[in-house]
Design a protein around this ligand. Structure first.
Ligand code: KG4
Ligand code: ZN
Length: 344
């Protein structure tokens, strides 16, 4: 039997400072997430300068806590993995420098992980990923539809051509007077609402791309116009109508992919996959095409280091290690990352 592999993973791409120890790309041995959400909420969104300062303040405590919770000592882990892209540059740098220092001091290989791949691999925590699978990544930074053919071969079918779906949830929430992060607040309000507001049709085409900026502008303009006219805005109904329209669009493209590719597996990933209505609608469309639907536990949907430890495991097995010249990148073309790092 081959030896178990333990990876210490670090995630600091946005406003969560997180570390985890993950066994064999699947078992979360220890996880610590320190969120800065409350601090950023005061400003209505993530303030990059504040985020990097807070990562610097928190990261050593997060490491201490992660190790305290773990039966595995840092000397016994097999590699150090870190999110190096995409995200807020100043935030990513804190994690990258910490990872390099640990790698140097403890003489462990360094693994560079793309954040989006982390979200996808969160699906390997409670269930084994089954290939081929379709994967919809819906986060604050991304809206991507992919085919995962196997561990070494993936293909992007489509992406958003403008705003990500999470970003639009956050912007709409803000115009409705809700605090950051907006997604969970829209979801809460929508629970009391009905579909009474007409929403515009989004990308009315047969591509796998998404466009959410039209929907966002429509809701923002509607709120402003109603305010100017002194008309009452039914916040719960508007939240519901918006949420349903955004989800309809995601479901429409997933349905197209299920139909055209005949793939019988779908995984959902990223912060927006915490949304219950989205989960229910994806389950329904999968049932219609007799496909299996998987979504991570809510804890692993939003940013965390456990998912980074999972995504690092195939790279560890393929011995794809980073050098000390590793740098953070705010943007990264996911298809290019796949070509350079995943495919052999
Ligand atoms: O994956 P994530 O934690 O960070 C990024 O990588 O961007 O995703 C954060 C996004 C935010 O836009 C947040 O509003 C959204 O996920 N989100 C939700 C829900 N929970 C988080 N959107 C809709 N419904 C939710 N329940
Ligand atoms: Zn994320």
């Amino acid at each position: 039997m081959s030896k178990d592999v333990y990876i210490l993973a670090i995630e600091t791409s946005c406003d969560e400072t997180s570390m985890a120890i993950v066994k064999n790309g699947q078992d979360v041995v220890s996880l610590c997430i320190s969120t800065q959400m409350k601090e950023h909420a005061k400003f209505g969104g993530v303030v990059p300068e504040l985020a990097s300062r807070m990562h610097t303040e928190n990261i050593t405590y997060v490491l201490e806590e992660t190790l305290k919770k773990s039966p595995i000592k840092i000397e016994d882990v097999d590699a150090i993995a870190v999110t190096y892209a995409p995200g807020l540059l100043g935030s990513l740098l804190v994690g990258v420098e910490c990872a390099k220092a640990l790698s140097l001091v403890y003489n462990k290989p360094l693994i560079a992980v793309n954040h989006t791949m982390g979200h996808i691999y969160a699906n390997n925590i409670e269930n084994d990923l089954v290939y081929p699978t379709l994967s919809l990544v819906v986060s604050g930074g991304h809206t991507d539809l992919l085919i995962l053919k196997n561990e070494q071969d993936m293909e992007i079918l489509g992406s958003t051509i403008d705003d990500s779906v999470g970003e639009v949830f956050d912007k709409v929430a803000r115009v409705l007077g809700m605090s950051y992060p907006g997604g969970p607040n829209i979801e809460k309000a929508a629970l009391q609402g009905k579909k009474t507001y007409e929403m515009p049709i989004m990308m009315n085409d047969d591509s796998y791309n998404f466009s959410f900026s039209g929907l966002k502008s429509y809701v923002i303009n509607l709120v402003h116009t109603e305010k100017v006219r002194n008309h009452e805005i039914r916040i719960d109904d508007l939240a519901y109508s918006f949420q349903a329209a955004a989800i309809d669009e995601l479901v429409r493209k997933v349905e197209l992919a299920l139909k055209k590719t005949n793939i019988k597996e779908l995984i959902l990933a990223g912060g927006v996959s915490a949304n219950k209505m989205l989960r229910e609608e994806m389950q329904k469309v999968c049932d219609k095409y007799e496909a299996k639907f998987h979504v991570p536990n809510i804890l692993y949907c939003t940013d965390n280091a456990a998912m980074i430890g999972c995504a690092a495991y195939p790279l560890y097995k393929a011995k794809k290690f980073a050098s000390f010249a590793l740098n953070a990148k705010s943007q990264e073309n996911i298809q290019k990352y796949i070509e350079d790092n995943i495919k052999n």
